[in-house]
Design a protein around this ligand. Structure first.
Ligand code: TPP
Ligand code: MG
Length: 788
């Protein structure tokens, strides 16, 4: 249905304003408030302009409060301008665009204050996040938690070059498997990337691909000016010329302007009678207006396209645009980092009727009544319900998570046992946990949980093996009440799903406690998505197993060396590497609470687990011990007053450390054995304590690790050992100024038994003894582990 003229007028005026404000924001950051380091902003003016009309159509008219949007990173100034017009963004933050605590260069949920739905920046991830958010909405709905909240559309504004990111295709496939709904991707088809002009005919590939995955595809190519020109005599020829014009040529002509278009059109189709007249009756400016009136810059066409959708199937809009539309460098292939010069801006300002000193005024330069514009903005359906960021109360977590102990176990098994116990109960905690795994559900010990809680699908689907009465260990029934989301192998999808599930309390007002399991080495496959999830402050638990070289015979591709360092370095992720199952239970309990703490206090949790079966200690878990485990370390054997050496270990190498301590004890005094459950939390605590002492001079506050190491004599040595990169624990020597030998794994790829490899990499008991010897005075340690 054609849009009413009054609404069209308001929306077009606001879109002009948005283009002005977004360009001015960038200009201001570069020329009015030049940064002290002289850095130019770049990368925004042209890229933003591309989306000014489309985003204005969405935010000022099409979006409803329950809809959520991932905005292409470089359109952040457009987003901020729209929020500024809504009164949700301050002038101060716009003036400080890209500055300290100013509006962010790329929309950020955590750092921006103007209601960003999904952070973006690393291209491709925000796009996939909308797809998974839609699946999460379906999950929440199927579990009966939507109450009377209407379903929202999850919308991504996608750069055409952004579509090169493989994670988008991985997500598409997964979306298809799960019957994706309520997802709109709007491709800003400006046919330009950062460096260049994109290949011809890309839209045909997109169209075929999306349709193949069951999406509706809407191509918005011609604006209304174009459409009416096509209806004129000669219009068909013009349309044919536009369709045949290569991307680079079209872009170049848009840059050169109306006269260039005229010359080219005359040369190529000008002798065809009617079409010459069509061209000649327009001035150069009018001709440029016509030729740059692509669908994505035409308010009426965009509104019509959006409002024509009357179903909940996913939709891909391919909106033709010109990068930098309306700006002096529109269409130029080098315009990505292009900035208007002061002279160009002055000229453009005059053309926009904006007076010097009035640049930030909301309606400056528009001919419409400010009160009418204000009223139009106030009536935008998007803001109807006020605050769009929701919240949900915390789910209670018992003091102690029990499990069925056995004398010999691996931490991975323990993780499965704890979940199995939770699954048996009828608690809110059990109801709110949702698990997912990229095709390693069974091999990461989630099987028992899935047997009890079932797989999630919107429609029931029985396990055929079960219905055929073929014996099988696992019950693979799907139902709307299921609590495990089966994923294909793509680890990127796992982490983006974690990101979507882990924001459910804010997006759907319903808290979920997501747990993702995967093989530890493949954290690296999904690392950018994991980083992205943490950046959004999504809350989830990752159990990564097996870790290190403990799955030794599987070889290089299944050995992880760097993950302890990733765990430490990843902001927003508390990382643990327990050795014993009772520690796993403590950490999981703490983790479920940590995942629910407020911003700035809580975060996500990473458990680096192992398949190595080791002997479990028989002990009482005291509250003090629990605290020590979650703070990151405890003495498995207290050092005596004359301690010569301490062995500090993390994770699966516990048996080697214990054995070495027994052997060293014959030749060295008061040897201590430090169990490190979280190098990450220990290090973070140490950093925080030093900062606190610096900030508040004289405060006698000590961190957990400082307290633990305080009693050690100055000349005591420390040997650290981990099945991972030695740097993860190597810093311990700096805490109290002790000499240290850091043992760990620096090379991967060798197969063998665990004993072979621990010996090969120097993390077996004898290597620990050698290191202890090198740090201490006295005769050689007499006892050694005998080869078996
Ligand atoms: C993962 C990732 N790689 C590279 C970049 C750097 N980068 C930012 S925008 C861009 C290309 C943008 O092209 P397109 O998506 O078509 O957007 P346009 O600028 O045309 O609006 C690149 C390579 C990035 N932000 N993220
Ligand atoms: Mg582009």
């Amino acid at each position: 249905m054609p849009i009413e003229p009054a609404r069209l007028e308001m929306l077009s005026a606001l879109a002009r304003k948005v283009l002005w404000l977004s360009s001015w924001t960038i200009h201001h950051a570069n020329h009015v408030r030049p940064s002290r380091d002289g850095l130019k902003v770049g990368g925004h003016q042209a890229s933003s302009a591309s989306l000014a009309t489309i985003m204005s159509a969405l935010y000022f008219s099409v979006l409803r409060p329950q809809d959520r949007v991932a905005v292409k990173p470089h359109a952040s100034p457009v987003f901020h301008a729209i929020q500024y017009l809504f009164g949700r963004q301050s002038r101060d933050k716009l003036e400080n665009f890209r500055g300290f605590k100013g509006a962010q260069s790329y929309p950020s949920r955590t750092k921006d204050t103007d209601d960003v739905d999904f952070s973006t920046g690393s291209v491709g991830l925000g796009v996939a996040q909308t797809l998974f958010s839609s699946l999460v909405q379906d999950y929440v709905k199927a579990h009966g938690w939507m109450k009377d909240r209407p379903e929202g559309r999850m919308i991504a504004l996608v750069g055409d070059a952004e579509m090169d990111e493989g994670n988008i295709f991985e997500a598409l496939l997964e979306g298809w498997k799960h019957g994706l709904r309520n997802t709109w991707w709007v491709v800003d088809y400006n046919r330009q990337s950062l460096d260049a002009v994109v290949r011809e005919g890309l839209w045909e590939k997109f169209e075929a691909m999306f349709r193949n995955f069951g999406w509706d595809v809407v191509i918005v190519k011609y604006g209304t000016l174009m459409q009416s020109a096509f209806a004129e005599p000669g219009g068909e020829a013009l349309k044919g010329w536009i369709d045949a014009c290569p991307n680079a040529m079209y872009a170049a002509l848009c840059f050169q302007g109306g006269a260039a278009f005229r010359k080219r059109l005359r040369d190529e189709i000008g002798d065809q009678g009617a079409v010459s007249e069509l061209i000649d009756k327009r001035s150069d400016d009018e001709l440029l207006d016509l030729m740059s009136n692509l669908g994505g810059h035409d308010m009426a066409s965009m509104i019509e396209a959006f409002e024509s959708i009357d179903h909940d199937r996913p939709v891909c809009f391919i909106a033709y645009t010109i990068k930098g539309i309306g700006l002096p460098f529109q269409g130029h292939k080098d315009n990505h980092a292009g900035l208007m010069t002061v002279t160009q801006m002055e000229k453009w300002r005059a053309a926009q009727n904006i007076r010097t000193g009035h640049e930030w005024e909301k309606f400056e330069g528009l001919s419409q009544e400010p009160t009418a514009l204000e009223a139009f903005l106030a009536n935008a359906p998007f803001n109807r319900d006020g605050n769009r960021r929701l919240s949900a109360p915390a789910i209670e977590v018992p003091e102690w998570l029990s499990f069925k102990p056995s004398a010999q176990m691996s931490t991975q098994q323990g993780f499965g046992l704890v979940l199995n116990e939770i699954a048996r109960g009828d608690t809110e905690l059990a109801a709110r946990i949702v698990t997912a795994s990229p095709d390693v559900t069974v091999s990461t010990n989630l099987g028992a949980w899935v047997n009890r809680r079932g797989l999630f699908a919107r429609a029931e689907k029985a396990d055929l093996f079960r219905s055929e009465k073929i014996p099988s260990t696992f019950n693979w029934d799907f139902s709307p009440k299921g609590q495990h989301i089966e994923l294909g192998i793509a680890e990127m999808n796992l982490f983006i799903l974690m990101s979507a599930l882990g924001l459910s309390h804010q997006i759907n007002g319903q808290r979920l406690l997501p747990i993702g399991t995967l093989y530890d080495p493949f954290i690296e496959r999904g690392l950018d998505a994991l980083n992205y999830a943490c950046y959004q402050d999504a809350r989830f638990m990752v159990a990564a197993t097996p870790s290190g070289i403990t799955l030794a015979p599987e070889g290089g591709a299944h050995q992880s060396i760097a993950t302890p360092l990733i765990g430490m370095a990843q902001d927003g992720l508390a990382s643990f590497e327990p050795a014993f199952v009772d520690e796993v239970a403590v950490i999981m309990g703490w983790g479920f609470r940590h995942m629910q703490r407020d911003a700035g206090e809580g975060g996500s949790v990473y458990l680096r687990l192992s398949t190595r079966t080791i002997e479990q200690p028989q002990r009482m878990m005291t509250p003090d011990m629990q605290t020590a485990i979650t703070e990151g370390a405890y003495w498995l054997r207290e050092p005596g007053p004359n301690c010569d050496v301490v062995i500090a270990y993390s994770g699966a190498v516990a048996p080697e450390a214990i054995e070495a301590v027994g052997l060293i004890g014959e030749s060295r005094r008061d040897v201590g054995l430090l169990a490190i459950t979280s190098a990450d939390r220990l290090h973070a605590g140490w950093t925080a304590a030093r900062k606190l002492r610096r900030d508040r001079r004289g405060l006698p506050y000590l961190s957990h690790i400082e307290k633990l190491l305080a009693p050690l004599p100055r000349n005591c040595g420390i040997v650290t050992v981990i099945d991972g990169h030695p740097a993860a624990l190597g810093w311990l020597g700096s805490v109290g100024g002790h000499r240290l030998e850091a043992l760990g794994v620096e090379h991967f790829g060798q197969t063998g038994t665990i004993d072979d490899l621990y010996r090969h990499h120097g993390i077996d008991a004898n290597a620990i003894i050698d290191a202890a010897e090198s740090l201490t005075a006295g005769a050689p340690v007499r006892l050694r582990k005998m080869a078996v």
